[in-house]
Design a protein around this ligand. Structure first.
Ligand SMILES: C[S@@+](CC[C@H](N)C(=O)[O-])C[C@H]1O[C@@H](n2cnc3c(N)ncnc32)[C@H](O)[C@@H]1O
Length: 259
């Protein structure tokens, strides 16, 4: 299963961005000392940056940080030097960063990026929902509202809710359901602060990172008999009552637990 891997690097109690920053600083001091001790002051700035980036990447790899950090460390200081050499205004980077925050929200904190449920996931989910009676469903982290508006077409008995923390996806979902899905309600906010008790079904398509805590929250707040459904990511150590493999591009699976 996709989500079977856990965070396993040594400093996993610290945010990985902080660990990466500490590695960059450590590599800076190591490389500076190396240059001083061996009097390598003839090296160009670019060569120093290569030395720095390989040192940082090696430490990151050796500390078992997730693999993409090795690549980021390899690219970081040469890219920094290249940017300075090309005199690119820092405003562009600030603008890029702000746009990313508006789209992705605080991914560096939540470790849940934005990617969207497939139509097959929406159809699969629809087949797991109560058909005869009214029910309420929440998509925690509803992205751009695609899943909810797709569901609303067939689920006339459902009261559909979504909560989303990232500003641009929230606005897109809000617009989308205003136009196309009157039985949906979208709220801007953090699902960790949102009570799950009123819902018969909680749907989550997040990442491996929050699953264990979200399960604790669901078990504490959701009513007996209600359903917790996760797209692609399991709850470590808790067997689902039902799984449904989907025939979509990413080969995702829906996992269902009854509270
Ligand atoms: C993988 S996307 C899934 C989008 C949508 N549910 C779907 O299935 O198409 C996860 C979304 O959760 C949002 N998210 C992550 N943590 C959140 C939080 N604590 N509160 C609200 N939204 C959150 C992210 O901003 C992102 O848009």
């Amino acid at each position: 299963m996709k989500s079977a891997h856990h965070k396993h690097y040594r400093w996993q109690n610290l945010p990985s961005t902080l660990v990466a920053l500490l590695i960059q600083i450590l590599a800076f001091f190591l490389v500076s000392s190396f240059i001083l001790v061996f009097a390598l002051d003839t090296l160009s700035l670019f060569e120093v940056s290569l030395l720095h980036s390989t040192t940082a990447a090696t430490i990151s790899y050796q500390q078992k940080m997730p693999k993409w950090w090795t690549l980021i460390h390899l690219a970081f200081s040469p890219a920094l030097i290249a940017t300075l050499a090309l005199s690119i205004s820092p405003i562009w980077f600030l603008a890029g960063f702000l746009i990313l925050i508006l789209i992705q929200g605080k991914t560096f904190q939540t470790q849940v990026p934005l990617y969207l449920s497939s139509n097959e996931a929406a159809d699969g989910l629809a087949s797991l929902l109560p058909q005869e009676k009214k029910f309420s469903l929440i998509d925690v982290g509803c992205g751009c509202g695609g899943l909810l508006s797709q569901l609303s077409k067939t689920q006339s008995k459902g009261h559909l809710f979504g909560i989303e923390a990232a500003p641009i996806p929230y606005l897109l979902s809000k617009l989308r359901v205003m136009i196309r899905a009157p039985n949906c309600n979208i709220q801007w906010g953090d699902f960790w602060k949102h009570d799950l008790a009123p819902y018969d079904v909680v749907y989550a398509y997040l990442s491996p990172v929050p699953m264990e805590s979200l399960w604790q929250k669901a078990r504490k707040e959701m009513r007996p008999g209600s359903l917790f459904i996760s797209n692609s990511f399991i709850i470590p150590g808790v067997e689902p009552e039902q799984t449904m493999e989907l025939n979509d591009l990413t080969g995702s699976t829906l996992y269902l637990w009854r509270i």
